[in-house]
Write a protein that binds this ligand. Sequence first.
Ligand code: BG6
Length: 489
Amino acid sequence: TEKPTALIMIFGATGDLANRKLFPSLYNLFEKGKLDKFAVVGVARRSLSNEEFQLRVKESVKENGETEADIEEFVSKFYYHSHDVTDSSSYLALGKLAEELDSHYGLNGNRIFYLAMAPEFFGTIAEHLKKDKLTDVAGFKRLVIEKPFGHDLESAKVLNKQIRKAFSEDEIYRIDHYLGKEMVQNIEVIRFANAMFEPLWNNRYISNIQVTSSETLGVEERGRYYEKSGALRDMVQNHMLQMVSLLAMEPPIKLTTDEIRSEKVRVFRALRPVKGEEVNEYFVRGQYDKGSMNETDVPAYRQEEMVNPESNTETFVAGRLMIDNFRWAGVPFYIRTGKRMKAKSTKIVIQFKDIPMDLYYQPEKTVNPNLLVIHIQPEEGITLHLNAKKSGQGTDATPVKLNYANKGIDGLNTPEAYEKLLFDSLRGDATNFTHWDEVALSWSFVDNISAVWENTKEPSFPNYASGSMGPDAADKLLEKDGFFWWPIT
Ligand code: BG6
């Protein structure tokens, strides 16, 4: 593939995301020789000289691992612009700098505007970019925009309207960093490149699917944001529903951006709404209490910084989703995510139906159902749980596991999600970014749930100990259907 050339403007260049993810990812792309000509303008409020900014970039790259001798050459392409997001003259100055860099580096008028900052300014910035002519370019112009994309459907619509004034839908790259994860991208390949899975991938052979994304960290310094968000908006509206859509989608007729995204949209359209009284029947909310993690005591959510001591915000969500189409009728998709849980782990378990008759039945010992486990993180790989003969005399069946560890085979460390997504935005591939229709449909799904939760205080909060797997009600949710959560560790 051709190597991309562009001017990359990072709004929020002094922030955490830029430091932890964007600079190191750009460095990796540079170091692997994947970029042609490029320059970066860091944009943020505080005043910094180019040299001071370059030093910060260097530090960020160093903290993220070994650096090679070419780090000086890399940071020499970084410039800084101290910016006021509401002031046209600041945009005009930025535009002038952009033009100079464009001609100095020969960047063909290609521009990426990466918004990695407080979401309340996304709309304003997009409007100014157009009004102050930063989007008048000879090459491509693309907007890469971090989450959260709105707070609910209404605010997402407003934001979308604002950014659509300056960018068309195919110039907008809405980040969901889960879509950059190696094993999330692998879901489609596992499904569509294997004769053994796709024929079974439906309600005749699958009994239920379980998607867990658990974290050990608490809310850390993000109390102010999280109080207004909670796990439902922070994780379910985006990452969890995205994984569900990849698991449930029909095979696309081609692997193009449009075809893949429209199949995902159809899943969202088939998602059965959960509203009113059904919310507390099919969804469970949790909030972490104090507890012990790795032998250290950690505080309850309500004791965290910037958190209301009587907070009603959920730090855990479990839910049962139903997809009303021919393929999935009757198959529950269970999702579960939370902070301060027992382990940091993202896993998908596909549980196949029981065989028609168990020849190997013994009291208290039935054969295990077949499971396909997709390990998203920290390990990357797949495990297939089968049954085989116990060696020795007799015909007893015993569970065996076939394991594939992604890293073990490929040798190399798989690139970070952000590295892949940045590269995709540079080369113009929007497949692993969320289309507006996906965003809108997932907000309508989630809004029904927030409507109930925000208006009723959960008296049991805090209802799970830090270091546990969440509230008991999350187990009950599956028990009602005759299932249980397969252990994730
Ligand atoms: C982010 C959420 O989108 O995803 C965070 O805002 C969460 O609250 C994070 O911690 C989890 O991402 P990962 O890649 O560590 O699973």
